[in-house]
Ligand binder design. Structure first.
Ligand SMILES: O=C(CO)[C@H](O)[C@H](O)COP(=O)(O)O
Ligand SMILES: [Fe+2]
Length: 216
């Protein structure tokens, strides 16, 4: 299991130091939540901020776009140093065109689905995807409760990935904590995003170590 702390819950007044802290704490991937106040009712940061932070770590930058028109900004996030770009199937952008923009930049493409979205929507694109992001809360805010019934989507997608002989990864995002991560691990999740569970803990390194250990 790879642990991807969500910087959404970090202390933004020392954003760079927070990245260094979780890098040294054993984070595998840096999860960066981009929100536009339109696709979701919250605003965070964009490509210029990510670009300035890119040299704080060598770990991959996993950019989760919660924006209405992701296709308009793919080049900006690629220029900023994104390693993985996830965008939502529920956005207004054409999925095929947006994937092509990501592929053209050599960035790893991922599709994200909200809790109300059926996993079947990603199937036509599965063989092009590095990862599928299954949301386990409604996107927009950290600190919400994990939705265990989303694991049915993980099981469904893992089966499809296996049958097609693909290596597409499954990431879950929202409410991952000490009491929920084993459920995700059992379902076959490859990457767990954790915001509150890492940044709300007294010691981020211990929190990351404990989360990983709970996966068995
Ligand atoms: O995409 C997100 C919210 O839309 C965040 O990545 C997610 O909520 C992480 O926070 P937490 O672990 O506190 O639930
Ligand atoms: Fe996220």
């Amino acid at each position: 299991m790879l642990i991807a702390p969500s910087l959404l819950s970090c202390d933004f007044s020392v954003f760079r130091d927070e990245i260094v802290r979780i890098d040294q704490g054993g984070a595998d991937i840096m999860h960066l939540d981009v929100m536009d106040g339109h696709f979701v009712p919250n605003l965070t940061f964009g490509a210029p901020v990510i670009k300035k932070l890119r040299n704080a770590t060598d770990k991959p930058f996993d950019v989760h776009l919660m924006i209405s028109e992701p296709h308009r900004y793919i080049n900006d996030f690629a220029d900023a140093g994104a390693d993985i770009i996830s965008f939502h199937t529920e956005s207004d952008s054409d999925i095929d065109e947006t994937l092509r923009l990501i592929e053209a930049r050599g960035v790893k493409p991922a599709l994200a689905i909200k809790p109300g979205t059926a996993p079947e929507v990603v199937l036509p694109y599965l063989d092009r995807l590095y990862m599928v992001l299954v949301m386990t809360v409604e996107p927009g805010f950290g600190g919400q409760s994990f939705m265990p019934d989303m694991m049915d989507k993980v099981t469904f997608l893992k089966k499809e990935i296996g049958e097609r002989g693909l290596s597409t990864l499954i990431e879950v995002d929202g409410g991952i904590a000490k009491d929920t991560i084993a459920t995700a691990a059992k379902a076959g999740v490859d990457i767990c995003v954790a915001g509150t569970a890492v940044f709300g803990a007294p010691n981020a390194k211990e929190a990351i170590t404990e989360l990983r250990a709970l996966c068995g």
